[in-house]
Ligand binder design. Sequence first.
Ligand code: SF4
Ligand code: SF4
Length: 498
Amino acid sequence: MSESTSQLGPTGDSNSIPTVSGVSSDTESSGYVPREVSPGDALLPAPEHVLSTLERDGRRRWIKPKLSMGLWWHRRRIVAYVLMVIFVVVPHIKVWGKPLIRLDITARQFTVFGHTFYPTDTLLLALLMLSAFLTIVFVTAVTGRAWCGWACPQTVYIEFLFRPIDRLFEGTAGKGGHPKKKLPLGLELARLAVYVFLNMFLAHTFLAFFVGPEKLSMWIWSSPSQHPVAFIVMAVTTGLLTYDFYFFREQTCLIACPYGRFQSVMLDRHSMIVAYDYARGEPREKGKRSAGDSKGHCVDCNQCVVVCPTGIDIRNGLQMECINCTQCIDACDTVMDKVGLPQGLIRYSSQDALAHKPKRLIRARTILYPLLLAGVVSGLVYAISTKFGFDARIVREKGAPFTNVERGVISNSFRLKLVNRSDKPEHYTMTIVSPPATLEVIDESRLDLEPGSNSEVPFTVRFSSGQTLGVGNAPLVMEMADSNGHTKRLEFKILGPR
Ligand code: SF4
Ligand code: SF4
């Protein structure tokens, strides 16, 4: 008996791939290759579904899905090409003279939609990340794994860049990979070279998000010895991408991606999924349908299985491995057309809709998530719009609380902690507003700050001892100002003898 555990349908019979008139039963051009297992093989217990790409003896089952060029595939292809272009173009786009997105780690500046965040912008960064997280949770609750099937770079590049290249080399363009066809060594090396070249391009584009296209272009045209770290980052990224797209492939979705694991808590029975209409399809049986017969609409042609890039059978219900790529919808619709049955046996639906329960658009998740998201985004917009150009905080120096400088004159030592949160270099000034006192800044140059940088500025305040007489302390008001005239008042205590 030769079968893959993942191919076991409800009937448990996965090897008999039946035919129906007008519909080819296709195991040859699919990734599904039943393999003879010798009696000596250590087999996993048959009913255990471990991974759709795992043979029962633990070996990897290589998936080379057939291609179904239906309506959804055409739509996804348009989206995929648009996303590929966006990925390449974004590092070059500027908004108000600043990059649209730039994650400059060395300068510790993160620019998103023209707004620059610094590591010291803890609240802003936290709100930004929280809003991204809530968006993912909300979109998943409503549209299921639309991200995986339509927009995830893993799916986009594998399905619409690298698989077409495979088909080109195998001579199966427009059909799908041939599971048994092994390329001659020369061709295989040529395919690998194309992979490395394309991944090198992707790695460079990826790097442009961090360093900008100008610096990247300078690096490209100079010797790697002049920028060894950047060269190593690019080489390692190229290596990892090549490993992923050439070898690891669907395993990333199945065992490495945390999002796939989290989806079970983010989906509910109303979330949109790619689903098989069990009630309409069963009992599945090959052959033609006649009016009034009791057969289900599934003609058991296995086309939905052979096109699946993660090697599952959607008829087994909602599975973690399903990335909602819609290939099984296209394949099944084609079959339905050929056998004269209505399309949509596999379709976008929800678990409750399939069970003929009423649709519930308004539910806890669809109210709570948008409300939370709106709150966080409003907080983010407010925080950005009211963000002050600098932060200033005063702390008292350690040691004696005050010094008698001369008769009737007291001195206190402080440290100003200053952060420039603006996008340009700044010079700051300090002025004592009240009471009358003399300010002495130890090192004036520390009041000059680059964007996003910070400094500590030691200073002393001299005042008449009479100001603290009685209670031993008095409030002092200081005004900080930047070159744009933005001011901030700081109030702290000066200490002296009672
Ligand atoms: S669900 Fe559709 S594609 Fe899949 S076996 Fe049945 S008829 Fe064929
Ligand atoms: S079951 Fe269908 S939608 Fe899910 S991954 Fe397979 S082909 Fe794509």
